[in-house]
Design a protein around this ligand. Structure first.
Ligand code: PMP
Length: 365
């Protein structure tokens, strides 16, 4: 199988699998227990927090604050946005957010918060536009670091600095699911997910900057400083830590794979590229005009190639996100997302393009 759907999920790496098995064997104690087995689990969790903080700053000065382990980024986004218990005021967000963020913002809007949603298609300098929109009434800026459908990437450190300079009381929440370990991050609250970086599903994290207070979403036994009740899944946390330590973003490899993909796609008639130079190179979105995404997807599946028709979360439906990038509805209907990991090769990309060319020829006839 040629797997090119790494923005939907990634295959757990060997280091992760090994760490999960080892933790099941040796770190099965409840981290809240006062005996030796409990303490061992607690120590493992605190070591994983350090690895996580290191991963977020990517070699820059580590961020100071706490880390909550969650079930994934959906929970992290919900915890961040609902836990802030925001005063009424303006929320600035974007029209390209993942539903796990967007639906919560919709709810806040229904509850009386004013919401401004900015679209990248309207601005050359998107971070600048978000910063410009901040005023004394802005309670929150919430946006993603890297878009899951196109790879569009923002500089969260510039955003954070710019927002705080305009209003130091404005909270900044970053959904960094597709950016974690790929770009340096900053924010008051940062959501990430394990299964996008070769850890398992069912584990994620929320970074909380020092000084930011949150109300818990989950109440119960008071684990994780009463911020997220529930027995910590030590095995999954061990796998997450191992995957973080093993991960290295191969920017050069992705640049060359993307260049090859674009070159081969340019040889096929009527292809429109939807991921520009502002996008990270591991995600490439394009439209094969005249061939609906679903049809192309199934045709590639017959050749044992897995790609996506958009985000897996929208189950093949066009999400509206592409239109915020200026992609027409008819092009969005024909969109294919190729998302790569470090194991993908030039020959896989070449074969993908061959199959797209032949499918397009056959279907367009
Ligand atoms: N945000 C983004 C940008 C995502 O890509 C995803 C996963 N598709 C999520 C949030 C949700 O993450 P999880 O699957 O861990 O709940």
């Amino acid at each position: 199988m040629i797997y090119l759907d790494n923005a939907a999920t990634t295959k757990p790496c060997g280091e992760c699998k090994k760490a999960v098995c080892e933790a099941m064997e040796n770190y099965f104690g409840n981290a809240s227990s006062l005996h030796k087995a409990g303490t061992a689990s607690l120590t493992l969790i605190s070591r994983a927090r350090t690895a996580f903080l290191r991963g977020m700053s990517l070699g820059n000065a580590p961020l100071s604050g706490t880390v909550l382990f969650t079930s994934g980024a959906t929970e992290s986004n919900n915890t961040a946005l609902l836990g802030l218990n925001l005063r009424r005021g303006k929320i600035i967000t974007t029209a390209i957010e993942h539903p796990s963020q967007a639906r919560v913002i919709d709810k806040l809007e229904k509850n009386g918060h004013e919401v401004l949603r900015l679209a990248p298609k309207d601005f050359d300098d998107f971070e600048g536009a978000v910063i410009d929109a901040v005023d004394e009434n802005t309670s929150l800026v919430s946006c993603m670091a890297v878009n899951n459908e196109t790879g569009f990437c923002i500089d969260t450190r510039r955003l954070y600095k710019g927002v705080k300079a305009k209003n130091s009381k404005t909270f900044v929440h970053i959904d960094a699911v597709q950016g974690f370990l790929k770009i340096p991050l900053d924010g008051d609250l940062i959501s990430v997910s394990g299964h996008k970086i070769h850890a398992t599903k069912g584990i994620g994290a929320l970074y909380i900057k020092k000084g930011v207070t949150l109300l818990p979403l989950l109440m119960g036994g008071g684990q994780q400083n009463d911020l997220r009740s529930g027995t910590e899944p030590v095995e999954l946390i061990a796998g997450f830590e191992a995957a973080i330590n093993a991960y290295s973003y191969k920017r050069g490899l992705f640049d060359s794979l993307k260049a090859l993909l674009l070159e081969r796609l340019s040889e096929i008639p009527d292809i429109k590229i939807n991921s520009d130079e502002k996008c990270l190179p591991n995600i490439v979105n394009f439209s094969v005009r005249g061939v609906r995404s679903e049809i192309m997807l199934h045709s590639l599946e017959e050749a044992d190639i897995c790609v996506s028709s958009g985000s897996a979360c929208s189950k093949g439906k066009t999400s509206g996100v592409l239109s915020a990038f200026g992609v027409s509805d008819s092009d969005a209907d024909c969109a294919i997302r190729v998302s790569m990991c470090a194991e993908n090769t030039e020959s896989e990309i070449a074969l993908l393009c061959e199959k797209i060319a032949s499918a397009a020829k056959k279907i367009r006839r």
